[in-house]
Design a protein around this ligand. Structure first.
Ligand SMILES: NC(=O)c1ccc[n+]([C@@H]2O[C@H](COP(=O)([O-])OP(=O)(O)OC[C@H]3O[C@@H](n4cnc5c(N)ncnc54)[C@H](OP(=O)(O)O)[C@@H]3O)[C@@H](O)[C@H]2O)c1
Length: 311
């Protein structure tokens, strides 16, 4: 359903897994988009209603900052992938710095704009909460203390620097599920080899959200004035990793009985194994639910059936 008034929206990181899905949804709803990208050659042909603006997210503004003139909202999804490479000291630095510098560049541009955008929707993640067992986590829960929690805290603080000029929303994104990107495609090979199963004890909570609900919630946060501050962008029913593995096996019509031992994961992935696979976050989207956001996929079986339809 199109929004009443077409808007002009700038998306940093709009070429990535989530950014490109969001851009496609917003363009289909008649909004005009500017994607800030480090790539010298934007895709050809270009998606409809979309222009690309080269930028260098170095903590400062630049010529690209003009793109923010007459803009209704800025969405900030830029940052080095957290799962692409093993976490060496240099890679951790890149994960952190890429987010802080991109966010500082954008808040500087917001500050310099003749008329600041009405909303600054900035990335964060449920990693903010750290490893919390079966504790129920809402937007008011205290942050964790591990590497990702520290990155998220600093990333959110950098975004809040624009809070006196514009409405800031902090997207504490959970595990976004889709065939085409994020964590899910990486989970599939063992299942296809009939060797899938829970990770470690399987008792850790996974706060998942279907990619389409992620897109709908972020688009909703752009237009929803009461949405401000931290927003848990997760589905309403987090489940344990064991429940998730069972549901995934069922959706793929494969067994889910072979647990992946933590020592093997740590050997293969190092510190990343604990942060991304073994840590537990039972997050509830309290803010969005209170403000009336309706999920299309609340149940994991329905979400996975949509992602892996039976022919
Ligand atoms: N996917 C998930 O399940 C998930 C979960 C929690 C949080 N998040 C967060 O949501 C954001 C978007 O996620 P995504 O899955 O769409 O990520 P993605 O596919 O890796 O896309 C991130 C985008 O950021 C830009 N980028 C990459 N490296 C960069 C660097 N070193 N410096 C500046 N920009 C860089 C790239 O755009 P250009 O190459 O065009 O510049 C890229 O398209 C990320 O910040 C991620 O941490 C995602």
């Amino acid at each position: 359903m199109p929004y009443a008034v077409p808007m002009r929206i700038v998306i940093a990181g709009g070429s990535g897994f989530l950014g490109a899905s969001l851009a496609a949804h917003l363009a289909a709803n008649h909004h005009d988009l500017v994607i800030l990208t480090r790539q010298p050659h934007p895709p050809d042909p270009r998606p409809p209603r979309t222009t690309y603006e080269p930028w260098d997210p170095n903590g400062h503004s630049g010529r690209w900052a003009k793109a923010l003139d007459n803009t209704d909202a800025v969405v900030n999804l830029a940052g080095e992938s957290i799962a692409a490479k093993r976490w060496s000291t240099a890679q951790k630095q890149k994960i952190r710095e890429s987010r802080l510098l991109a966010t500082r560049s954008l808040t500087t541009a917001v500050r310099e704009a003749a008329k600041p955008p009405r909303a600054f929707i900035s990335g964060s993640a449920i990693g903010y909460y750290g490893d919390r067992g079966d504790e129920t986590l809402t937007e008011v829960s205290a942050p964790g203390t591990d590497f990702l929690a520290e990155v998220c805290k600093d990333w959110e603080a950098a975004a809040n620097a624009a809070g006196d000029l514009t409405r800031v929303v902090l997207l504490r994104t959970g595990i976004v599920l889709h065939r085409t990107g994020g964590a899910l495609p990486k989970m599939l090979p063992p299942f296809y080899l009939f060797a899938g199963g829970p990770v470690g004890s399987g008792r850790q909570y996974q706060s998942w959200i279907h990619r389409d609900d992620w897109v709908r919630m972020v688009a909703w946060s752009v237009t929803s004035d009461p949405a401000r501050g931290p927003l848990n962008v997760t589905g309403p029913r987090p489940i344990t990793n064991k429940e998730f593995s069972t549901a995934l096996g069922h959706a793929l019509r494969r067994p889910s009985v072979m647990p992946a031992p933590p020592f093997a994961l740590r050997l293969a992935l190092g510190e990343m194994a604990d942060a991304l696979l073994l840590s537990s976050q039972r997050v509830l989207p309290v803010r969005a639910t209170d403000l009336g956001f309706a999920f299309r996929f609340a149940n994991i079986d329905e979400a996975l059936a949509d992602i892996f339809p039976t022919r």
